[in-house]
Design a protein around this ligand. Structure first.
Ligand code: GTB
Length: 216
């Protein structure tokens, strides 16, 4: 049964891995699954056809036969559950990997998203200069804790898992702020994730959509 995901027709970052279809593409590549991509514009995302799949009018979505999913955590979990590859066999290790998936999305991603909101979406507000240090402080507090837990390990809990895939996906969005590089082990952890062949394929596929077309 074929898999189709949605992605930005024109990603604001030029397809450099920041939009969330990257993590879905990455999970699909890790599982060795072929997939098709339906590109959608910002206006098409708010149209009834897309809203029927994604009630919040966003990307990515995931369709496989009669199944339609939104939310990257649920999509990555579905891929690992049904197509294997990113969750350990051992029951306890599996539960811990799932715990890290939730940790990435519930405990680490929110303060990182706040930075984007404070800088980009609400960067023209008069309180921005006062707000930014607070937001950055919350990120640093969480990264300090994560850095301590990761220590010298390659991955969060033994072998690379869906927990690492989501955690790396969440952290890499911080690179441009400079904050990620304040934590050498986390920067190396993200680089290890990005060096995986499956990530490289996912990144290249997303970039290809957004690459300027040769003239003529
Ligand atoms: N919780 C949802 C999930 O995990 O699936 C969040 C989905 C989401 O935020 N989707 C964004 C979207 O569709 C794209 S990823 N936004 C359009 C809208 O809401 O109208 C967020 C994103 C977009 C672009 C960049 N970038 O170019 O730098 C980075 C991140």
């Amino acid at each position: 049964m074929g898999i189709t995901i949605t992605a930005f027709e024109k990603s604001p970052d030029g397809g450099k891995g920041l939009a969330r279809d990257t993590r879905v593409r990455w999970a699909l590549e890790e599982a060795g699954l072929p997939y098709e991509v339906r590109l959608v514009s910002f206006s098409a995302m708010k149209e009834p056809a897309h809203l029927a799949i994604h009630p919040f009018g966003q990307i990515p979505t995931y369709e496989e036969g009669a199944l339609a999913l939104f939310e990257t955590g649920a999509i990555v979990f579905h891929i690992t559950e049904n197509h294997g590859g990113l969750l350990p066999q051992d029951a306890d290790a599996r539960s811990r990997a799932i715990m890290w998936m939730f940790a990435a999305l519930n405990s680490v991603e929110p303060p990182i998203l706040d930075l984007f909101t404070a800088r980009v979406l609400e960067g023209d507000k008069p309180w921005t200069a006062e707000r930014l240090p607070l937001v950055q402080g919350r990120i640093r507090a969480r990264l300090e804790q994560l850095s301590t837990r990761l220590g010298n390990a390659d991955w969060l809990d033994g072998a690379f898992s869906a927990g690492d895939l989501l955690m790396v996906s969440v952290l890499l969005r911080l690179r441009m702020s400079g904050i990620l590089n304040e934590y050498a082990n986390l920067a190396a952890y993200v680089a290890r994730g990005e060096a995986r062949p499956a990530y490289q394929r996912a990144f290249a596929a997303q970039l290809a959509v957004n690459a300027p077309q040769p003239a003529g």
